[in-house]
Design a protein. Structure first.
Length: 117
């Protein structure tokens, strides 16, 4: 599975941004999809995930109520809608795929999100 993330950019605090991650696989709907991020000098952290059937989602406490993960299995794409962005959301955002919960076996190349305060 190859994952291609896009949609990052430079925004101001309070703005919104939507990330996309396109997957090159015929079995996209079988994968749990997730978003992670890594800020400078920090470890990569979990942001959100969504189950294959789109009904099960999970979020890090730091983004609950502001970020929404979704997927379109017909387009082999997962999205991350980010609202009310804060300076602390600045990071490289990665999408990932897993066939087994918690075992992220495929990673995208990352897209930079910079939020100016």
């Amino acid at each position: 599975v190859q994952l291609q993330a896009s949609g990052g950019g430079l925004v101001q605090a309070g703005d919104s941004l939507k990330l996309s991650c396109a997957a090159s696989t015929r079995t996209f709907s079988a994968y749990i999809m997730g978003w992670f991020r890594q800020a400078p000098g920090k470890e990569r952290e979990f942001v959100a995930s969504i189950m294959w059937n789109t009904r099960g989602t999970s979020y890090a406490d730091s983004v609950k109520g502001r970020f929404t993960i979704s997927r379109d299995n017909a387009k082999n794409t997962v999205y991350l809608q980010m609202n009310s962005l804060k300076a602390e959301d600045t990071a490289v955002y990665y999408c990932a795929a897993a066939l087994i919960a918690g075992r992220w076996s495929h990673w995208g190349q990352g897209t930079q999100v910079t939020v100016s305060s």
